[in-house]
Design a protein around this ligand. Structure first.
Ligand SMILES: *Cc1c(COP(=O)(O)O)cnc(C)c1O
Length: 297
């Protein structure tokens, strides 16, 4: 679903993706469903932070399909119990939540959760944090078909697509999808929410090429661009300007912009448009979600 918010700016409303609590993690998880069901899995194991949109989508999926679910979260249980938003959804989903105090314990703890399910006679399915999987990328290749239909109907083509970039699978999927559906001139600007540009760009670029080869797409080798100019100190950090943009987002635009993901991307987009004098270009803001993050603080 796409709508205009200004003369040249439109928004792709993946925050309103209809399943699993929405957002790009809902879309990615839905794309994984086929493989999970094909493998007859009946238990899911994944990881993320206390406000992880990915863990929330996995937890809701498990509840809907009556599967077991283990979420390995990094941090203190006491703090988790206090939090709202995604943490509240996870708590109430029926998932088994396992806390680790050190980040380097996540991998072994996930492996143990897998083993415990196997010992109990179940068939567990391992999901990388953030839903960074081929199917997660495919979800965005397919989402570009929705964009294509909109563009054909409205005789409009974006010159630029801006969005929040984390693990990179959303961006890689968009790039591969643009190749597949013939958007030759559209440029994608990922706004990094945590990683430095060099690392983020390499990951997006590699995964973009993996997706093209895996899904048989003629790769146009477009430039992978991930900007780290708006990190504001790192993942989940923000400044007072971004906080204000977030608090005014409903009033100004009619949708939420959280401070961790979409607010950063929107802030970066506005700044980029101004600095590069591209007010007259067709701009698409890809709203990746974050409603629960917005509601959590
Ligand atoms: C995870 C997330 C992102 C980043 O998506 P990636 O595919 O990991 O790059 C952006 N916005 C929101 C709201 C997210 O939850």
């Amino acid at each position: 679903m796409i709508h205009k918010i200004g003369e040249n700016i439109s928004v792709f409303r993946d925050d309103l993706y209809p399943f699993l609590g929405g957002g790009n993690k809902g879309r990615k998880m839905d794309a994984m469903a086929k493989d999970i069901i094909a493998q007859n899995a009946n238990a899911l194991v994944t990881t993320g932070g206390f406000q992880s949109n990915h863990c929330r989508a996995v937890a809701i999926f498990a509840a809907q399909y009556k599967m077991k679910c283990s979420l390995v979260l990094h941090g203190s249980e006491k703090e988790f119990e206090r939090q709202s938003g995604n943490a509240k959804v996870m708590r109430l989903s029926g998932a088994d939540i396992i806390f680790v105090s050190k980040a380097d314990e996540i991998g072994t703890t996930m492996d143990r959760a897998m083993m415990n399910y196997e010992k109990a006679g179940l068939k567990p399915y391992y999901i990388w944090g953030g839903g960074h999987t081929l199917e997660g990328g495919l979800a965005y290749i397919n989402a570009i078909k929705e964009l294509k239909d909109y563009c054909d109907e409205n005789n409009w083509v974006p010159d630029y697509i801006f969005h929040a970039s984390g693990t990179g699978s959303t961006q890689s999927g968009i790039l591969a999808g643009l190749d597949k559906y013939g958007f030759e001139k559209t440029r994608v600007i990922g706004i990094s929410v945590g990683r430095k540009s060099e690392q983020a760009t390499r990951i997006v670029d590699d995964f973009y090429k993996d997706l093209c080869s895996h899904y048989d797409i003629a790769c146009l080798n477009r430039e992978s661009i991930v900007l780290d100019d708006y990190l504001m100190g790192g993942y989940a950090q923000y400044n007072s300007e971004l906080k204000e943009l977030s608090l005014n987002s409903i009033k100004e635009y009619g949708f939420t912009l959280d401070t961790c993901y979409t607010g950063k991307a929107f802030y970066g987009m506005l700044d980029f448009i101004e600095r590069n004098n591209i007010n007259d270009k067709n701009i698409l803001f890809w709203h990746t979600g974050g409603i629960f993050n917005f509601l959590a603080d």
